[in-house]
Design a protein around this ligand. Structure first.
Ligand SMILES: Nc1ncnc2c1ncn2[C@@H]1O[C@H](COP(=O)(O)OP(=O)(O)O)[C@@H](O)[C@H]1O
Ligand SMILES: [Mg+2]
Length: 332
């Protein structure tokens, strides 16, 4: 579904939370709306998702105007919408499957159908066999997967994500973004991704609008905005990205049993060569890079160390003696 906004405004007292926003969000895309805290993102989402009426302006889903619907029509039209939030908003008294089933129960769907559809949705979000899990036993990423499955239960055309990854660590963020992109394609969804993180825009969105003090200050294809940002706010968002950017280059999808982390000055020393010649260990390096976090350079290397057993173990010991942080298995 295409979403069109015409001259939307919403004030709270004297505060203009959304100020003359006009936008066209094409169907079948992941569309980012980025802005700092207080920029008006959540207010805009509430207007676009019909949770709140604008003071003035119009909202269209395809060619249908939806900002002035009767209560009955509103309930009908809201079936086209799924929403997920930073705080997940799951029922802690229900297990994963019963959370997903909830919107279908509300619609009085057939019990057998609900059961079957819930299984499908669990599989879609990568939580097969976790249906019985109490919410409290799930990680943040798993909770968001349940929330995504629940949002998709009634087959919506539009998915709103309001800061959906803001409570998650970078690795989980990437996996959730990958899932949302995959689902977007599978279900031909229009995804509206609200965020204050430029890496979310970079990793997930096709287009982006930059919101500042209730106004859209820049809009375009993500690649164009990254290549030539115009507005100061956009440039600000991009520069925050370079200070925390993870510039790790992975040239092999396979292997990589060890993750080595080097701090500060250690990034300059020929530690790998030293350890290799002292122990006879062979390093097969799968990925490496340096990232600057808070002004400090951190080196990361993903590698296999062979031969397995004593040689690898003594190599790991020697790395640790040299102040390298070694983690076994896993992704960066
Ligand atoms: N229900 C409300 N009543 C009064 N002020 C509100 C309300 N909702 C939002 N605001 C104000 O509107 C501005 C935009 O808020 P919000 O849309 O939540 O921004 P964001 O999601 O970008 O952080 C903020 O100054 C906020 O305090
Ligand atoms: Mg918000």
């Amino acid at each position: 579904m295409e979403i069109r906004l015409k001259n939307l405004r919403r004030s709270y007292g004297k505060l203009h939370a959304v100020e003359d926003v006009s936008l066209s969000i094409p169907s079948n895309t992941v569309y980012g709306i980025i802005g700092k805290s207080g920029a008006g993102k959540s207010t805009l989402v509430r207007l676009v998702s019909m949770l709140e009426a604008p003071d003035s302006g119009e909202v269209y889903y395809d060619d249908k105007r939806v900002d002035n619907l009767s209560r009955k029509e509103l309930i009908e039209e809201r079936r086209h919408i799924g929403m997920i939030f930073q705080t997940f908003n799951l029922f802690s008294s229900r297990n994963a499957a019963d959370n997903i089933a909830y919107p279908m129960e509300i619609c009085h769907m057939d019990k057998e159908h609900i059961k079957k559809r819930t299984e499908e949705l669990l599989a879609l979000v990568g939580l097969e066999r976790r249906g019985n899990a109490p919410i409290s036993t799930l990680s943040g990423g798993q909770k968001q997967r349940v929330a995504i499955a629940r949002a998709l239960a009634t087959n919506p055309s539009i998915l709103f994500c309001d800061e959906a990854t803001s409570a998650l660590d970078p690795q989980t963020t990437r996996s959730i973004l990958a899932l949302i992109k995959e689902i977007q394609k599978k279900m031909n969804l229009t995804v509206v991704m609200i965020t204050h993180q430029m890496e979310v825009v970079r990793d997930a969105c096709d287009r982006v609008a930059v919101l500042d003090s209730g106004r859209i200050v820049e809009e375009g294809k993500v690649s164009d905005i990254f290549a030539s940002p115009h507005h100061a706010v956009t440039k600000d968002f991009l520069s925050s990205l370079t200070t925390v950017r993870e510039s790790i280059i992975r040239w092999s999808k396979e292997g990589g049993h060890y993750t080595l982390r080097f701090r500060g000055g250690k990034t300059d020393e020929p530690i790998i060569s030293a350890v290799s010649s002292a122990t006879g260990a062979i390093f097969n390096i799968r990925a490496a890079g340096v990232q600057t976090v808070d002004g400090e350079e951190l080196g990361v290397m993903i590698t296999d160390i062979g031969p397995e057993g004593e040689v690898a173990e003594s190599a790991v010991r020697m790395l640790e003696e040299k102040g390298v942080h070694v983690e076994e298995s896993g992704e960066v």
